[in-house]
Structures are given as structure tokens and as C-alpha cells.
Design a protein around this ligand. Structure first.
Ligand SMILES: *Cc1c(COP(=O)(O)O)cnc(C)c1O
Length: 385
């Protein structure tokens, strides 16, 4: 096998130079300074640590400013955001939701939480996001419009949403995906959990569909400890998002009336305080990540390993830097060589259709998903301050 010590040592010297000498280089860790400490201290002193507080309103405003979405609703995590966004898009029990086979399990769990059934289509070989051609082919073969609604002819069920995922922060072909969704009258919900700070032609990911979702988990570009957000340009949906995530409580001075099944999914003010500090330093963190990426680009430019880069007019956050090995055996060899040498690396997720709970789900041909899953490795990507 061909993974030489030269590659592992080369990576190690990049990491030593960038982060300083360490015994272990994790994949992606958050970085904080005195500002996070200060905001958390202020939050605790205010006693508003839970589901009400001014930092929640502040981060929602900051998210609107940064992403360009008209509305942002902060919630407990990205999975909850995805669950509620799908429900708001009209996903119901016994309907079907189309997503990609290569994604994190949260995308698919959120479909199940709504009682719906996932369908897995292939990803694009270049950008690793849902492939618009695979989606179109699936619909042309399997779908029909009845009274303006899209139905699966094979199962008889309504197709209630399409939810692509922007893999590792690289933009999926979202404009083409949206065109197919519009043609078939299917609501588009973007799982942009990994894409905070990623744009297509200056427009932030998560703002192309009816709704978009962000995650602020500890391993993401910025963190709230745990947290997520629902983005939309639709005022009614934004109001409904806030209402559903606040136990569907009918506003009243003292009465407790809830007129639908709601959720306790509001982001606590304690988490919002951490997120506020992180949002303030987001441009700095992205610049730091890009500096590391540029070193990788140079390093891999004369190697047989392909390093994934953004394609204009897309701008990626380089959440997880990604390389492609030549096959699964070489991938495993690389994973072994790096992880046993203090450099944390990881493969892509096991494809959704291979997981026991999704084995019976309908899929398209998944050639690209299988090809990529055999080759992808994510390498150290943390920012530094
Ligand atoms: C991180 C992630 C989520 C969920 O986010 P949490 O905040 O961890 O719940 C959803 N989808 C994808 C693709 C993710 O990477």
C-alpha cells in the first residue's frame, strides 16, 4: 500500500507549525477567549439562564444579519431544528421525504420523528451534496402530480419534502435542486447544519429553500454548547416555528393554553450567551480555518491524494477539510496511520440505506455515494485564535 510515512509526517509538520507541538490533534474543537467567559458570567449573574433572556433575541438578530434570512429562530440543537422545519414544511405521518444517502444520521432521524419515511437519492460526486439529476430521475420514474401535490406512484404516499445536506460545508447544487423541487411542487428544507459561513454567490446556505437549518453543536464551526436555528423568509412560518418550539402556548397574561402538540425546544439563554461570543468571532474563526486549508492545498498539490476545494461562485467554510484516497483499502490505511500517530481523522458516515433502521427504504442508484464513502477522509480542521 502506498500511504507513505512522508504524508503522515508532512501533515504532522503542518499541524505543529499551525497549532504548536501537541501529542494529539483533534478533528475540530471549539476555541474560546475571555469574551465567552464574560458573556456567560453576565448571563449567570442575570439569573436568566433558561428559555427566556436577552441573549436569545440578540443571537436571533445576529443570525438574521449574518445569513440574510428574514427570520431566525434559535433552538436546542440542529436535529430539533430539522425536525420542526420539516413539520413546518408540511411533513406528516406516513408521507415520504427525499434526502441523500450520504449524510449524518440526524438528517434522517428528523424525518422519522415526524412519522415520515425517508427515500435516499445519490449525491453529486464533486460537491458531495444531494444530486439534482438523481432527484429528477427518481421523480420522473416514480412520481406523479395529483391536485398539485406530488405522490410516489410505487408507494402511493405523498412526497412532502426534499431535504438536501451541504456536506462538510460545501454547497450542494442548491439552485438546480430548488428548480426540480419547484417543478414537482415539493417544499425544500436545507440541512445546512454544517454550513455556517458557507455561501453560493454571496447568499448564505439555508436561505434558498422554504426553511433552512443550522447547528451549533460543539464540533461545528461555532458552538452554543448545543444549539441550532431555523431560518426562513416566511413570517408565518417563523412565528409558527417559535410557537411550536415554545410548547405551542397561546399567548396570554396568565392562562396556560396549548392548542397543538408543541415542543420544549427553545435555546436556553446560557447557550445563547456562548453563541453570541462565537458569532462575534465567526469571521476570525473562518479566516483561521482558511489559513490552515491553504497550507493543506499547497501540501497536497503535488501528491496523488485529492484535496477538496471550493468552486466559484461558492464559498465554503471548510468546516471539515476533506481528502479523497484512491480506494477503501488505502482509506483505511490512512485512517490507521494518522489516528495511531496523534492525528485524528475520520471517514464519511456509513450510508443511511445501510443502517438497520433504514434498510427497507426506497433508494436510487447510489454509485457516487458508494464511491465517495470508500474514499473520503476528513482531516484536522480546528480554528485557532
Ligand atoms: C450536526 C448535524 C446535525 C444536527 O445537529 P445537532 O446540533 O448535533 O443536533 C444535523 N445534520 C447534519 C448533517 C449535521 O452534521
Amino acid at each position: 500500500m502506498m500511504i507513505s510515512l512522508e504524508i503522515v509526517n508532512g501533515l504532522k509538520s503542518i499541524l505543529e507549525d499551525f497549532y504548536g507541538k501537541e501529542d494529539f490533534y483533534p478533528l475540530h474543537i471549539p476555541v474560546f477567549d475571555h469574551v465567552e467567559q464574560q458573556y456567560l458570567k453576565e448571563c449567570i449573574e442575570s439569573t436568566f439562564v433558561s428559555s427566556v433572556g436577552k441573549q436569545i433575541d440578540e443571537v436571533e438578530k445576529m443570525l438574521v444579519e449574518y445569513t440574510g434570512a428574514k427570520y431566525a429562530v434559535a433552538v436546542v440543537n440542529g436535529t430539533a431544528a430539522q425536525q420542526v422545519a420539516l413539520r413546518l414544511a408540511g411533513v406528516e405521518k406516513d408521507t415520504e421525504v427525499i434526502t441523500q444517502a450520504m449524510t449524518f444520521v440526524a438528517t434522517t432521524n428528523a424525518i422519522l420523528y415526524n412519522g415520515a419515511i425517508p427515500i435516499f437519492v445519490d449525491v453529486d460526486k464533486e460537491n458531495m451534496g444531494l444530486c439534482p439529476k438523481s432527484l429528477r430521475d427518481f421523480l420522473e420514474i416514480n412520481a406523479e402530480l395529483k391536485n398539485g401535490k406530488c405522490f410516489n406512484k410505487t408507494s402511493g404516499k405523498r412526497i412532502s419534502a426534499v431535504t438536501p445536506m451541504h456536506t462538510f460545508g460545501f454547497a450542494a447544487s442548491i439552485i438546480e435542486i430548488k428548480a426540480v423541487c419547484d417543478e414537482w411542487n415539493i417544499p425544500l428544507v436545507e440541512d445546512s447544519a454544517e454550513a455556517v459561513g458557507s455561501f453560493v454567490d454571496g447568499k448564505h446556505l439555508g436561505t434558498f429553500g422554504l426553511l433552512g437549518v443550522l447547528s451549533f453543536n460543539g464540533n461545528k464551526v461555532i458552538t452554543a454548547g448545543g444549539g441550532g436555528a431555523i431560518l426562513t423568509n416566511d413570517e408565518e412560518l417563523a412565528k409558527k416555528a417559535k410557537y411550536l418550539t415554545t410548547t405551542a402556548k397561546v399567548p396570554h397574561k396568565w392562562e396556560y393554553v396549548h392548542d397543538e402538540m408543541g415542543y420544549n425546544y427553545r435555546m436556553p439563554n446560557l447557550n445563547a450567551s456562548l453563541l453570541k461570543a462565537q458569532l462575534e468571532k465567526l469571521p476570525t474563526l473562518l479566516a483561521s480555518k482558511r489559513e490552515l486549508t491553504n497550507r493543506y492545498i499547497e501540501f497536497f498539490s503535488n501528491k496523488s491524494i485529492k484535496f477538496k476545494t471550493e468552486k466559484a461562485p461558492n464559498k465554503t467554510n471548510y468546516w471539515l477539510n476533506t481528502i479523497l484516497l484512491s480506494d477503501r483499502a488505502e482509506r483505511d490505511e490512512f485512517l490507521e496511520a494518522t489516528n495511531s500517530n496523534g492525528i485524528m481523522t475520520r471517514p464519511a458516515w456509513t450510508l443511511m440505506n445501510e443502517l438497520p433502521m433504514f434498510k427497507e427504504c426506497q433508494t436510487t442508484d447510489l454509485t457516487n455515494s458508494i464511491w465517495l464513502a470508500d474514499r473520503i477522509v476528513n482531516i484536522t480542521s480546528s480554528p485557532k485564535l
